[in-house]
Each structure stands twice: as C-alpha cells, then as structure tokens.
Design a protein around this ligand. Sequence first.
Ligand code: CP
Ligand code: NVA
Length: 304
Amino acid sequence: MPDFLEISEVSPNELECILRNTAFIRNSANRTSDLLADKSVALIFEKPSTRTRLSFEVGVRQLGGTPIVLSSSEMQLGRGESIHDTAKVLSRFVDLIMIRTFADRTLRELAEFADIPVINGLTDKSHPCQIMGDIFTFQELRGNIAGRTVAWLGTGNNVCTSFLHAAGQMGFNLIFSGPGQFNPSEDAVAFAIGKGVSVDFEPDPIAAVATADLIVTDTWVSMHESVLEREKIWDTLMLYQVNTELMSHARPDALFMHCLPAHREEEVTSEVMDGPQSVVFDEAENRLHVQKSIMCWCLGLLPV
Ligand code: CP
Ligand code: NVA
C-alpha cells in the first residue's frame, strides 16, 4: 500500500485520481461513510497544529474510523525510542500513520520501517497535503490548473517546495518573488523545470503578480526557522507583503491563498486576507476533503 510522502513521488494520474475522489467525498451525500470502519489512524505531532490535527481527526471520524492523536513528547519516541521500533509497534495497532515532524529523515525512516502507509502532515521540507487542498480549491473555482501561473511571494519554504512539486506534476508555471537569500529549494525548482514547466525568479513583486492566476504567500518564519535570522531583513521582506496596493496590479480574477496560520500585517494584510480574492478559508476546509481522499487512496479504498 502506498505512502503519501511527497507530491513529486505520486504519479500525475494518481494525483488526479485523489482530486477526483475529493470532489466525490466532499459532496454532502458522501461526507460520512464507513470506508474506514474498524480502522484506526495514528496522528503524530512533533509540532503544533490547528488545521492538520482537526481535519485529520474529523476526517477519520467521518469515514467511520478511529483517530488516535499522539504528541511525540508524550510518546516514548520523545524519550529516545527509535523510529524503527516505533514504526514496528504502531504497525501492530493501527492501519495508517500521519506524522507532522521536523526532519525529512524521520518521515523517511517511519515510512521505511512501518508495515502500513505513512502520510506526510508537514516536515521542514514540505507540506504536500496542504498543496493538494490548494490545488483542489483552485480547480473548483477556476478549472484545470495546468498551464496557469502561480506567483509565490516571500520566502521559499516547505509549502513553496510542495507547490513546486505540484507545478511539475500538474503542469503549471511558478514565479518566485522574494529576497534572494530565501530562494526556494534548488531540488524542488529542478524537479519542476525537469517536468517542463517554467520557474521564474522575479525580484519585482508587481511584475510577479501581474500575470498570475493565483497569488500565494506564507509566514516568513516557519515553525522550524529562527526569527532572529529573518528579523535582520524585515524591511526587505516587507517589500513582498501581499497588500491591497500589490493586489491592484494583479488580474481581478486572480485568487489569493495562504495555508494559515497567517501573521496579519506581516506577509499579508487583513484587507487582502478578508478581501474578495482571498480563498484562505476554503483552502482550510478543503484540507478535510482532500485528506479523506488521500487516506482512502493509501488504503486502496477510493470510492470512484
Ligand atoms: N496549514 C496548516 O497545516 O495549518 P496547521 O499548522 O494549523 O495544521
Ligand atoms: N511554513 C509553515 C507552514 C505551517 C502550516 C511552517 O512550517 O511553520
């Protein structure tokens, strides 16, 4: 049974299948089911979470399964038990593992030694479930994302990496606009370019948003990053703030996304967050639907 570790590691056909099933699962007639009846899902958190925790826990329940939320600090993992042994033990009790962790290595080791599927619920490197929800949100509102342009403003972080993976797999172009020292992962850029889409670096945020179908930003300081390092260039980062003035240079039908949590008046103003082009709360809701589809895919239980 497959893991869901990176968008770059799932074939475009399978990604499309997950998104098609998301639409089915979201339909009010299909929101609850017994697809996960008698199944238990471990949800492990090494970092804080609001959306990921709620959407997975509610999602498992809506599918008739049992979610078990575990904080790594409360597990023996937090006292030094190996990931290998943790993976083996969890595999005897539950049917699926979702983990939010720091190191990509932890995710990889868990997936390697678990006998059950593992889902990446965010690492320092990537956030694939978020971007599946974002792509679903875009396509519901604007149609196929293939051939479109996404402008990423700010710092090239874990969420940006998953956007680059999605660009390559789903055929859209990405423009990065931010301070050069916070460029996105070279590997993720190379992955996207290798799949034939364009990744442009545009230092002028106005030029970056002008042709975009979707404008995205995220916090300038992720959970694993140092505030001190970013504070030194705060004035430069402010040039990439998504505000009403910047949005006035975007197309009127361009959407605005942010995975949340947002730091209002830093990377984005409240006027934009709460404005007509913002779909940030649709994105949050769609985590629920897309992750139900991902869990079913991992277990070979997709309804359509
Ligand atoms: N977007 C997201 O993953 O939010 P949480 O950190 O609240 O889970
Ligand atoms: N880039 C952010 C995303 C939070 C959902 C972080 O890693 O903290």
